[in-house]
Design a protein around this ligand. Structure first.
Ligand SMILES: [Fe+2]
Length: 611
């Protein structure tokens, strides 16, 4: 009975945390009345899951079928998925949790669904079945039926587990600090005291070699607050990064993840492949996809905390379908919206695996990765759910000097990308401002004519409702100090997320369009084109009804941007909707590199509104 009491108190706490989650979008279980919570385990209730062993053929994602029965069924009955399967309070950290008396539940359900979701007769018959998709994430699972009132546990299922829960999974590529270096980051359950992690790789049809990987992890105390430190905490396992060096430009490589256990046996992932990046300045067709705010969603229709990225599965699907025509991806902040429910990072890395294991998946930091009061973020809000950047800085590699300061530059052939970190101060006089100027100034435009500035919050221009109401049409203090850099170094395009829609401006400087052309730019732009590409998947944001002269195209829908550099003189910009992958806005730039050389002190044109 003691165990049941633990569950009971645990559920109370979970339900309390649901209150936080309901403030965002759809949460079907938001109607749970916490004050009505009662314990009513029933001998006549039952829930069973099958199969109980998953991944027999090496899969890291599989469907399970649940069969369940309750003597007092209702339309509010629901099923929670718990992992680890043993979710009693015995594993709780007594220092964490709410101010209520222990025992606490250590983990929130990783996802949940109504009992009648796929069994319309459940309420009458008291029987139902449900199919759910599970991913391999280092632990076993159990399923809990809540019936006869939203907060009554009536049955707990058998345990379900993958054959090897520790298996190396979800590789994500990222460009290294050198142009000819690819980094591979993955997750496993093997610490450095159990196995040596490495990547076995080589050119297609060539010899294979092995490169060692570093291993990182963190603990509950690395989190800055709840829910990441409390019910949202879940052991992250181990995150490994290997550096594959001296790659041949554009060559195709195969690779697989390995762990050599200390008993001499090996554990392997499946085989993946990627194409090495071009030499900076190299002329070849280069295709770049950019978007922000994608998040993740459950393919089985179930819900989880912060479940408001309904567009994300479509975006992911379009990118996978077009993957042969994509060379590198930039996801510019608001990566997975785990917001302190750590299990969701596994889910996100599983969702993007087909993309991130094949092309470099470069990320920027957003408010949902970083912001937490009193932790050095520029904004003192709680958008990261207590993660305060630790998850983003560990789960993905970026070639930053200091991964906690999330700004970096990276080259891809004829492109130079300068990625800013809007969750740290960017204004003149800061460390980041110096970096941005250096990144822009050090691009050799004869070799790298396409200079792109990326950041999460809109430092340029946006007609998003909130910015318009503020009267700023930008993140407050966004462009004041940066626009002279964009202008001086002739940045072609500046792109942002954060506002969940699509918008493109004219080439612009200090609120004034520097060209009236909309679709085909020849020669210098005289300004920078600003683009919001925040429609990756999170619930859409409205535009102000105010029309500005600088806003050339607005779309209240999910989508992403694709840039294609054909050569040093021709760039194609396309905006595609996630629903069909078709192009809904586009423009071209054709020009010579001489048009875009940075001016020197005496040759700079006047840069005031009057000019
Ligand atoms: Fe954001």
């Amino acid at each position: 009975m003691r165990g049941l009491e633990l569950v009971f108190f645990a559920i109370l706490l979970v339900l309390a945390t649901l209150q936080v989650a309901i403030s965002h979008g759809e949460q079907p279980l938001s109607r749970i009345a916490v004050h009505n919570t009662r314990l009513r385990l029933s001998e006549n209730a039952d829930i069973r899951a099958s199969p109980s062993i998953l991944g027999l053929k090496g899969q890291n994602s599989e469907w399970v079928t649940l069969e369940y029965a309750s003597p007092n069924p209702s339309n509010d009955d629901w099923i929670g998925v718990f992992s680890p399967a043993d979710f009693s309070a015995s594993t709780c950290n007594p220092d964490e949790g709410s101010k209520q008396s222990p025992p606490f539940l250590c983990t929130a359900p990783i996802k949940y669904q109504y009992a009648n979701y796929s069994s319309p007769g459940y309420r009458k018959e008291g029987k139902g079945s449900l199919r759910l998709q599970l991913i391999n994430q280092r632990s076993d699972f159990s399923f809990v039926l809540f019936s006869g009132g939203l907060a009554n546990v009536v049955a707990v299922s058998n345990k379900v587990a993958f054959t090897n829960p520790n298996a190396p999974v979800y590789p994500r590529l990222a460009q290294g600090k050198m142009w000819n270096e690819m980094t591979v980051t993955w997750t496993s359950g093997y610490g450095i005291n159990e196995a040596e992690p490495f990547v076995e790789w080589g050119r297609k049809d060539g010899d294979l070699m092995r490169s060692p990987a570093g291993t990182l992890t963190f603990n509950r105390n690395s989190m800055c607050g709840a829910p990441a430190r409390t019910v949202g905490w879940r052991d992250p396992g181990f995150i490994h990064t290997s550096f594959l060096k001296e790659l041949w430009p554009n060559s195709v490589y195969t690779y697989k993840l390995g762990h050599k256990l200390f008993n001499g046996t090996y554990v392997w992932s499946q085989v993946y492949q990627f194409r090495a990046s071009p030499y900076p300045g190299q002329s070849s067709v280069q295709r770049v996809v950019i978007f922000g705010d994608m998040g993740k969603d459950e393919a089985d229709g179930s819900n989880e905390y912060n479940n408001y990225q309904r567009g994300s599965l479509n975006t992911t699907k379009q990118l996978i379908e077009d993957l042969k025509n994509i060379d590198i991806v930039f996801h510019i902040g608001d990566i997975c919206y785990a917001n302190g429910y750590l299990s969701q990072w596994d889910q996100f890395t599983a969702q993007v695996e087909p993309i991130a294991s094949t092309v470099p998946y470069m990320i920027a930091s957003g408010n949902h990765e970083r912001d937490w009061p009193g932790t050095g973020s520029f904004y003192g809000n709680s958008d990261s759910g207590g993660e305060c950047g630790v998850l983003a800085e560990t789960m993905f590699y970026v070639p930053a000097e200091n991964r906690a300061k999330f700004w970096y530059s990276t080259d891809y052939g004829m492109f130079r990308f300068c990625i800013a970190d809007t969750e740290h101060d960017w204004r003149e006089g800061t460390e980041q401002y110096k970096f941005i100027e250096h990144c822009l100034a050090s691009a050799d435009r004869q070799k790298q004519p396409w200079l792109i500035f990326l950041a999460h919050r809109v430092l340029g221009y946006s007609s998003g409702t909130w910015y318009a109401e503020e009267g700023s049409f930008e993140e407050p203090m966004g462009r004041e100090s940066l626009q002279k850099l964009w202008q001086k170094y002739k940045v072609d395009i500046a792109m942002y997320g954060h506002v969940h829609n699509y918008e493109r401006t004219c080439p612009i400087y200090q609120n004034i369009c520097t060209s009236k052309e909309k679709f085909y730019y020849k020669g210098t732009l005289n300004g920078t084109i600003h683009v919001v590409a925040g429609g990756g998947g999170a619930s859409l944001a409205d535009f102000t009804p105010i029309n500005t002269t600088w806003s050339y195209f607005k779309d209240h829908d999910y989508g992403f941007v694709k840039l294609t550099a054909f050569d040093h003189s021709n760039l194609l910009f396309e905006y595609k909707k996630s629903r069909d992958g078709k192009v809904y806005d586009s423009f071209k730039i054709s020009r010579d590199y001489r048009d875009i050389l940075a001016c020197t002190v005496d040759s700079c044109p006047s840069m005031t509104l009057a000019s």
